[in-house]
Ligand binder design. Structure first.
Ligand code: GEK
Length: 248
């Protein structure tokens, strides 16, 4: 893979006449590793922890899913957690630009666990029995009404003892908390080199596309989908990750 894949994210650095809704297109795929690291507080901690969580809950010889895999950071983390287990991974994304690049990263990786790449919509595929499913910052891009049906499907596909790793941007009911967490997030982005213009243009591009919800909403929805237990294992400002379990 060429160095172009590590290009710095400058997508919103010059004033845009019109700000279109954010899309996972070629321009975004090209700068994605830089964009997500500088934009999502906690991302660089969550990725290696996905390895450990996968190692703990994956069942021998089973299938695992990475849904909304982008360039495969979470897929590779899962793969490393599956070392010597004879398990396999299905990594799904509906952006061709993302999935093609993901394929290159998988090829460069030394692990041998098989990874099947699937260009499809996570809402409509048929899931096979599996032990670990990762939704690392993907559910937030689905329409709210599509979220529960998807989680129901995932719960059904999980084998007893299996888990879902769900990472999301959060909103907060309490206006003062919402405001403070948002300010801290913007400060994080500015500390990572984004200008006020970049922060504000990106915010406008993404506000109709990424719909955050409260932790309470997530845990209640996981229960409604059938999950027997769920807990937040990590939070950094307004970004969090949850483990949801299906009992043995
Ligand atoms: C990581 N998990 O680096 N079906 C399939 N893919 C979808 C859908 C859908 N309906 N909607 C969105 N996506 C990755 C990061 S990024 C998060 C995940 C972010 C895909 C979309 O194309 C994109 O690649 C990914 O979900 C979300 O750990 O950009 O904040």
């Amino acid at each position: 893979m060429s160095h172009k894949s590590q290009a710095p994210d400058k997508l919103f650095s010059t004033p845009l006449d019109q700000i279109n809704d954010f899309q996972f297109d070629e321009a975004v795929a090209r700068v994605f590793p830089d964009m997500i690291k500088r934009s999502v507080p906690g991302y660089t901690t969550i990725i290696p922890m996905i390895s450990l969580i996968t190692e703990r809950y994956a069942q021998a010889g089973s299938c695992c899913y990475d849904l909304g895999c982008s360039l495969g950071a979470s897929t590779l983390a899962m793969r490393h957690g599956l070392r010597n287990t004879e398990a396999s991974i299905i990594a799904v994304d509906n952006s061709r630009s993302m999935l093609e690049r993901c394929g290159h990263y998988i090829e460069l990786d030394n692990e041998t666990t098989p990874v099947d790449l699937l260009l499809d919509d996570v809402r409509t595929i048929d899931y096979q029995p599996c032990s670990v499913i990762t939704l690392n910052f993907t559910l937030q891009f689905l329409n709210i009404e599509d979220r529960l049906p998807l989680l129901r499907k995932l719960y059904k596909a999980l084998q007893p003892g299996g888990v879902l790793i769900l990472s999301e941007k959060l909103s907060f009911d309490e206006p003062a908390t919402q405001n403070e967490q948002q300010e801290l997030h913007w400060l994080f982005k500015k500390a990572n080199g984004y200008s006020d213009l970049e922060v504000s243009q990106k915010r406008n591009a993404i506000e109709n596309v990424l719909i955050p919800e409260t932790t309470k909403t997530h845990h209640e929805r996981l229960t409604a989908a059938g999950f027997d237990a769920s807990f937040t294992w990590y939070q950094c400002f307004n970004f969090a990750s949850i483990i949801a379990m299906k009992s043995v």
